[in-house]
Design a binder for this molecule. Sequence first.
Ligand SMILES: Nc1nc(=O)c2c([nH]1)NC[C@@H]1CN(c3ccc(C(=O)N[C@@H](CCC(=O)O)C(=O)O)cc3)C=[N+]21
Length: 284
Amino acid sequence: MAYQLINGKQIAKEIRLELKHEVEQLKAEGLQPGLAVILVGNNPASETYVRGKIRASEEIGIHSQLIRMNDTITQEDLLSKVRELNEDPNIHGILVQLPLPDHINPDKVIEVISPSKDVDGFTPINMGKLVIGQRGLLPCTPYGIMQMLDRTGISLEGKHAVVVGRSNIVGKPMAILLQQANATVTLCHSRTVDLPHYTRQADLIIAAVGKLNLITKEHVKPGAVVIDVGMNRNDAGKLAGDVNFEEVAPLTSAITPVPGGVGPMTIAMLMKNTVSAAKAIWQR
Ligand SMILES: Nc1nc(=O)c2c([nH]1)NC[C@@H]1CN(c3ccc(C(=O)N[C@@H](CCC(=O)O)C(=O)O)cc3)C=[N+]21
């Protein structure tokens, strides 16, 4: 059976172009959205991701500021920097790149980010708003997946969605957004007994665990839609997802690749959130 390859890279490009036009208009009205990215230490993966975020900002016309801090910085100094950015009128979005060094508690750092500048959607206020269905800044990866499904014309109404992974940044918010879009949602995780039992019932599988080739053909019902959030390195050192693409893709009706799927959407939604934060209106 022929399956549809969901081109996240292309959809993200379209969204960035829409945002570029919007930013041109905002600039003409005297408002240039600004994003501050704090990078602590020099983790090579983080360096790559941060570069992608800065590049996207420049392309769209968002003012970006990369703040590098040594990995020996104290938690208090990092909190002070965040508080300073909270007060900076030229900065509308603040992102603290994760992971942070072990001596810094990420919860404490996220907590001090002003919810109105929380373009990751990670603060307790924005997470709480999401849960009770109020407008706020949404976490970029689940938001990007919703946009990708919407723009691909995949309906969620009455569908059974199985989310694999319960992280605060992907699995948990993903389950909430899908449920709000009228899907029936099952949330599986590392302690789930007999994962294939659940995923085989899914019309839509969201794999967000971080385990290479976790999802095989035994996990998938023919005709299902599969979204791969995994970012792993395979034996050849290449970027690969949680889904064994070769064997799963022919079973699906639609599937996202890694790279070129969810990753670029995450960055596009970070840009969208920054523009929304600058306008101080949050659309869902
Ligand atoms: N505060 C915070 N916010 C984040 O949003 C955040 C973070 N910390 N820490 C790390 C993760 C990871 N993440 C990615 C974003 C884009 C790609 C991406 O664009 N990937 C490309 C490939 C990039 C490559 O080739 O390496 C793709 O999938 O096609 C990947 C990973 C954001 N994260």
